[in-house]
Structures are given as structure tokens and as C-alpha cells.
Design a binder for this molecule. Structure first.
Ligand SMILES: N[C@@H](CCC(=O)N[C@@H](CS)C(=O)NCC(=O)O)C(=O)O
Length: 347
């Protein structure tokens, strides 16, 4: 959005070019391009996407900018007079409001009437019968977990960008068409969700597992000891690693500055560091490059999504080489890249 704004407002000075390749050439491209560049200390570690730089003339790199935060700092300094741009730089967050909008007050009686009405008609019908509809927003929201899984499964799906946050999520045409969702205590406008005929399902890790079960691929059958191990690792990952990573991100760059509590960051970092230490040991024990058994599973989507995000924000190679290799391998999977391409990117 920041780059889009700059290019449309100052076309004589800037045009943008976005490199994306759905194979693994992207990483080769970055390596080849950046191997020659002497990075200043504050920009080291940007071995992977996203990375912004300026070129002049014949593909000559004239200025290294960095990731999203560096881009915002650069844009603010460069165009201090551009209020609209300053606003984009200051307020681009996954959600500006992050749940400070209370759900509409409802009495139990209202809920019952709504439930009755909803039971009378088919609830959430996908655009095309039998085709899964994914509701979500751009990469790197958790929507990517589900899109990635669908691409791994090679299942065709519809996608609707419903947006996140108070200003978008609550006014999207989808929600206006389905007011009954406002009574679903598990639906607070966060993404992703899927609609699979009559089923409306939230919680990305659950959706990924549901899809594995539905298509009988990438997860052990329910009720088996292998599935118990899957469930154990899934719960471990989401509580011991995802939760503190997300909290670190929330209080570092997702929440608006006024809502961030930077004091929690060291504690949360300590928590995910402990979790990743365990993950590293699990990878070592397993020895396959995957977290469950000897081949790729839905758990790799669940864990890989966060570890790629973490590795991008805070490179892991030095302290956790196996986890860093794991994250790089996941981020290079064609289905991972296809999902980013389908959803578009906030970064
Ligand atoms: N536990 C949920 C979390 C969903 C969630 O918080 N999604 C974020 C994007 S990654 C979101 O929509 N945030 C905006 C909001 O909560 O309003 C899941 O895994 O699906």
C-alpha cells in the first residue's frame, strides 16, 4: 500500500517492480542479487522476502531500504508533507482496532430467535456448491495457512477477501449477507474462516486439520496413536510457540503504537525461545526435515506458517539451525508460494 501510494502520487520519480516467482527461483534471485551488496548492520539478516530497495538506471541498486518497518521509516522521512502517506505508514497494522470494538449487545432471547431463523434456511452456502470458500485477507494473515493447505491438497477453492479489523471485517458484503454470524460466539471477524457447504468453520489450525481429514491426506487417521502424537504436537505448537510469537508481533508492530505494551516482549520472547528450542530437538530427533514422521504433513503447514514469519522477523539460523532450515524449506514449497500469490501480500 505504501509503495502503491508513492508510485501513483509521484510517478515521475518512482515506479515499482515486484519480483515474484512461484518456484524456488525467488530465493536464488535474492541470493544472486544481494550476495554482491555490502549490507549496513541495521539491514543484515534480510536474506528472504520482503525486501525493498531503489534502483536507478540499468538495474543499479542505489539504496537499500529494508523490510516493511524500514520502508515506513524511509517513506516518512522522504515525504514528510504527504499526510495520506504518513497515515498509511503510521496505521498500517493487521488490524488498527484489534478487538476494541464490542460485539453488539444481545439478549439471550435475541440469540434464540436468530438461531431459529438461521436453522430454517441453509446457512452459509459457498459460491459454487461443493466448492470450498475461503474467507480471509492477504498474506501474512493466517489465511495463508489455509490457502497453503488447499494448494498442497490440490483442491480448487473460491477466495473472498473479507478484510480484517473494525472498518473492514464488519462491513464486508459477506457479513452483511450473513448477519446470523454476529451471533456466533466463535466469530469475531478475525480471519480465516471457511465455508464448506453448510459448514462454517473458524480457527486456522482446526481448518487445516479438517481439510487433511476430509481429503484423507497429510494427517494420521483420528483415533490412532499417530493421531494422538499429531494432536499433541499441534496443541504444543499453538500454545507454546504461536501464542508468544503472536504476542511479540502484536506488541512490536501489529498493534497501533498506543496499544503496544513493549514490557511484555522480553517475557514472550523467552517463551517462544523455549518453545523453538523444543521444536529444534523434535526436528533433530525426527531427522526427516518434517515435524511429524518421515514426510510432509498438515502439521508442517500449521508450524511452518509461523516459523517462516518468525524467521523473517528474527532470523533463527544462528541459534536454531534446523528450525531455520525447516522454515526456509517450507517457504520454498510451491504450495506456500502459490498461496501468497493468490492472496496478495500486505508486506
Ligand atoms: N486463532 C485464530 C486467530 C485468528 C486471527 O487473530 N486472525 C488475525 C489475522 S492473522 C485477524 O483476523 N486479526 C484481526 C482481528 O482479530 O480483528 C486462528 O488461528 O484462526
Amino acid at each position: 500500500m505504501i509503495i502503491g501510494h508513492i508510485c501513483s502520487k509521484y510517478p515521475a520519480e518512482y515506479e515499482s517492480w515486484f519480483y515474484f516467482d512461484s518456484g524456488d527461483k525467488y530465493y536464488a534471485f535474492l541470493k544472486e542479487t544481494f550476495d554482491k551488496v555490502p549490507f549496513p548492520d541495521n539491514l543484515k539478516g534480510h536474506a528472504t522476502s520482503p525486501f525493498v530497495w531503489c534502483e536507478t538506471g540499468q538495474n543499479e541498486i542505489s539504496q537499500l531500504i529494508g523490510g516493511r518497518t524500514d520502508l515506513a521509516a524511509w517513506a516518512k522521512a522522504k515525504f514528510p508533507q504527504d499526510k495520506e502517506l504518513l497515515e498509511l505508514c503510521a496505521h498500517w497494522h493487521l488490524s488498527d482496532t484489534f478487538h476494541d470494538k464490542p460485539l453488539a449487545a444481545q439478549s439471550t432471547a435475541d440469540v434464540k430467535v436468530e438461531e431459529k431463523k438461521a436453522a430454517e434456511a441453509p446457512k452459509y452456502v459457498a459460491k459454487q456448491e461443493n466448492k470450498i470458500l475461503l474467507l480471509g485477507d492477504k498474506f501474512p494473515t493466517r489465511t495463508q495457512r489455509v490457502a497453503w493447505m488447499l494448494y498442497e491438497l490440490e483442491v480448487d477453492f473460491d477466495y473472498e477477501e473479507v478484510g480484517i479489523g473494525e472498518d473492514k471485517g464488519s462491513t464486508t458484503p459477506f457479513l452483511e449477507a450473513h448477519p446470523e454470524l454476529k451471533n456466533d460466539p466463535l466469530w469475531k471477524g478475525a480471519v480465516p474462516a471457511i465455508v464448506d457447504n453448510q459448514l462454517f468453520l473458524t480457527e486456522s489450525a482446526v481448518i487445516v486439520t479438517y481439510l487433511a481429514d476430509k481429503y484423507k491426506k497429510f494427517a494420521p487417521a483420528p483415533g490412532t496413536p499417530e493421531r494422538l502424537r499429531y494432536d499433541q504436537l499441534n496443541m504444543f505448537f499453538n500454545t507454546e510457540i504461536e501464542a508468544p510469537i503472536f504476542s511479540t508481533f502484536l506488541h512490536s508492530f501489529i498493534l497501533p503504537d498506543a496499544r503496544q505494551v513493549p514490557q511484555v516482549i522480553p517475557f514472550e520472547k523467552e517463551r517462544w525461545t523455549q518453545g523453538v528450542k523444543q521444536f529444534e530437538l523434535l526436528l533433530k530427533q525426527n531427522g526427516s526435515g518434517f515435524i511429524l514422521g518421515s514426510s510432509f504433513s498438515a502439521l508442517d503447514v500449521i508450524c511452518g506458517y509461523w516459523l517462516c514469519n518468525l524467521n523473517r522477523a528474527s532470523p533463527l539460523a544462528e541459534a536454531f539451525p534446523l528450525t531455520a532450515q525447516y522454515a526456509d524449506a517450507m517457504a520454498a514449497r510451491p504450495a506456500y508460494l502459490a498461496a501468497v500469490q493468490r492472496l496478495g501480500s500486505f508486506l
